[in-house]
Design a protein around this ligand. Structure first.
Ligand SMILES: [Zn+2]
Length: 115
């Protein structure tokens, strides 16, 4: 969850892979970050950025409609975000609706993130 103030700064949204179990998730990090301490998954607590282009299977997954936690918000702030990013859709948990990869890039750019 992020407040609207936290949407500033040069950061990107990247896919990271847990070194413990291999689970993949999105994180917002400063550009150039390769490894993060991630304690919300396994005891291993370390995740690495995924550089390799997605395989055909992954691409299918990424192009499916989904909801982004990384660009999610506190639902209480929905009115403020709707004003700042008209057209963006959030679910009741404050996760941002992502229609496909191109749409994700668009929503990232609107928030000042880089691909
Ligand atoms: Zn894990």
């Amino acid at each position: 969850m992020f407040t609207i103030d936290e949407y500033t700064g040069v950061r990107g949204i990247y896919d990271f892979k847990c070194k413990g179990c291999g689970k993949v998730f999105e994180l917002i990090v400063a550009m150039g970050t390769d490894t993060v301490n991630y304690l919300n998954c396994c005891r291993v607590g370390v995740a690495e950025k995924i550089y390799s282009p997605p395989t055909a299977g992954d691409a299918t997954m990424i192009d499916n409609e989904r909801f982004s936690d990384a660009m999610g918000i506190n639902p209480n702030q929905l009115p403020a975000f709707m004003k700042q990013f008209p057209g963006s859709e959030y679910n009741s948990e404050g996760q941002l609706k992502i229609k496909n990869r191109e749409h994700k890039k668009l929503e990232m750019r609107r928030r000042g993130y880089y691909d």
